[in-house]
Design a protein around this ligand. Structure first.
Ligand code: FMN
Length: 306
C-alpha cells in the first residue's frame, strides 16, 4: 500500500493530497452522487463572506477554447446559512472541510475567522486574497504584499485553525507575496486563483461578460500555474498547494513533482464530477508502478539541470 497522506500544518493531515477547489465544488451536495466526500484529501467550500452576497450580473460565465472565463463575483449564502444549512451535512458525510473565506474589509475577514473558529468540523481556513472579479476585497489585499501580510497576521491572531493563503497570479512577483504571507504566519500557500482575461462578441460588439473582464481557469492556465508553484515552493519553507488546470492524475503528479505538497482540482469538476477521486486512484497506481512507497518521497523530486 502506498502512503498517500500529507501533513500540511500541525493538525492538518490529509489522507491524500487531492482537494477540490473553491467555487467549483459548491458545498459538495451536487457531487455526492458521483464521489464520496470522505475519499477526498479535503474539499474547499465556495468562498464565504460574513453576509450573503449576490455576485455580479449575468452573463458571468463564458467558455474559451481550453478553459473558461468567470465573473461570478463571489456570490454566496453568507456565514449564518453556511453554518446552519451546509456544515452539518458535510460533518455527516465525514468530509474534511476547508472553508474559503473573503471579506470586503479587514474587519470582515477577522469577524468571519473568529466566528468559524468556534465551529466543529472545519479542518482549516483558506483565505482568498485573490479574487479578480470583485471591486472590494480579494485582489486588493492580494496584490499588495504588505497589506496581504498584515491581513494574514491579524487572522492568525483571530483563529487557531490552520491557515492556507490563496494567492493571485495577477501580480508581478508572486514569490515576494508568498514570502510575506509565510512570514506573517500562514501555515500553507495555495496558488493559483484565476488569471484576468476577457472575451468579446463580434455580433453584438459587446464584452461577453457583464463584468467586462473575468477570471480564466482550466487547462489554458496550467503551464502558468506550474511555473508559479515551482518558483514559490523553492522559496518558502511552508507547504504549497498547486491549483490550475488540473484534469488528470498526470497533471496532479506534475504539480507534486515541482514541489506542491497537495493539489486542488477546479474547472475539471464541471466536465467530470467524479474526477477528484479518479485522480486519487491514478496517483496511487502511478506510485505503485514506480515503486514509490510514500507520496512524500515524490513531492519536489524534480531534477533541474544546473
Ligand atoms: C466558477 C468559478 C468560481 C470560483 N470561485 C472561487 C471562490 O469563491 N473563491 C476562490 O478562492 N476561488 C474561486 N475560484 C477559483 C478556483 O478555485 C481555482 O483557483 C481556479 O479556477 C483555477 O483552477 P482550475 O483551473 O482547476 O479551475 C473559482 C473558479 C471558478 C471557475
Amino acid at each position: 500500500m502506498v502512503d498517500l497522506s500529507v501533513t500540511l500544518a500541525p493538525g492538518l493531515r490529509l489522507k491524500n493530497p487531492i482537494m477540490t477547489a473553491s467555487g467549483t465544488f459548491g458545498y459538495g451536495r451536487e457531487y455526492q452522487p458521483y464521489l464520496q466526500l470522505d475519499n477526498l484529501g479535503a474539499m474547499i467550500t465556495k468562498g464565504l463572506s460574513l453576509r450573503p452576497k449576490a455576485g455580479n450580473d449575468c452573463p458571468r460565465i463564458v467558455e474559451t477554447p481550453c478553459g473558461m472565463l468567470n465573473a461570478i463575483g463571489l456570490e454566496n449564502i453568507g456565514a449564518d446559512a453556511f453554518l446552519r444549512d451546509e456544515l452539518p451535512t458535510l460533518r455527516a458525510a465525514r468530509a474534511t472541510v476547508v472553508v474559503n473565506i473573503f471579506g470586503e474589509t479587514r474587519d470582515d475577514y477577522l469577524r468571519l475567522a473568529t466566528m468559524l473558529n468556534r465551529e466543529e468540523g472545519i479542518a482549516a481556513l483558506e483565505i482568498n486574497i485573490s479574487c479578480p472579479n470583485v471591486k472590494a476585497g480579494g485582489i486588493q489585499f492580494g496584490t499588495d504584499s504588505r497589506m496581504a501580510a498584515e491581513l494574514v497576521g491579524a487572522i492568525r491572531e483571530a483563529t487557531s485553525l490552520p491557515l492556507i493563503t490563496k494567492l493571485s497570479p495577477n501580480v508581478t512577483d508572486i514569490v515576494a507575496i508568498a514570502r510575506e504571507v509565510a512570514a506573517a504566519g500562514s501555515d500553507c500557500i495555495s496558488l493559483i486563483n484565476t488569471i484576468t482575461g476577457m472575451a468579446v462578441d463580434l455580433k453584438t460588439k459587446k464584452p461577453s461578460l457583464a463584468n467586462v473582464t473575468g477570471g480564466l481557469s482550466g487547462p489554458a492556465i496550467k503551464p502558468v500555474a506550474l511555473r508559479m508553484v515551482y518558483q514559490v515552493a523553492k522559496e518558502v519553507e511552508i507547504p504549497v498547494i498547486g491549483i490550475g488546470g488540473i484534469a488528470t492524475a498526470n497533471d496532479a503528479l506534475e504539480f507534486l513533482l515541482v514541489g506542491a505538497s497537495a493539489i486542488q482540482v477546479g474547472t475539471y469538476n464541471f466536465i467530470n464530477p467524479g474526477i477528484a477521486t479518479e485522480i486519487v486512484a491514478g496517483l496511487e497506481a502511478y506510485l505503485t508502478a514506480h515503486g514509490v512507497a510514500s507520496i512524500s518521497d515524490f513531492i519536489g523530486s524534480l531534477e533541474v539541470p544546473e
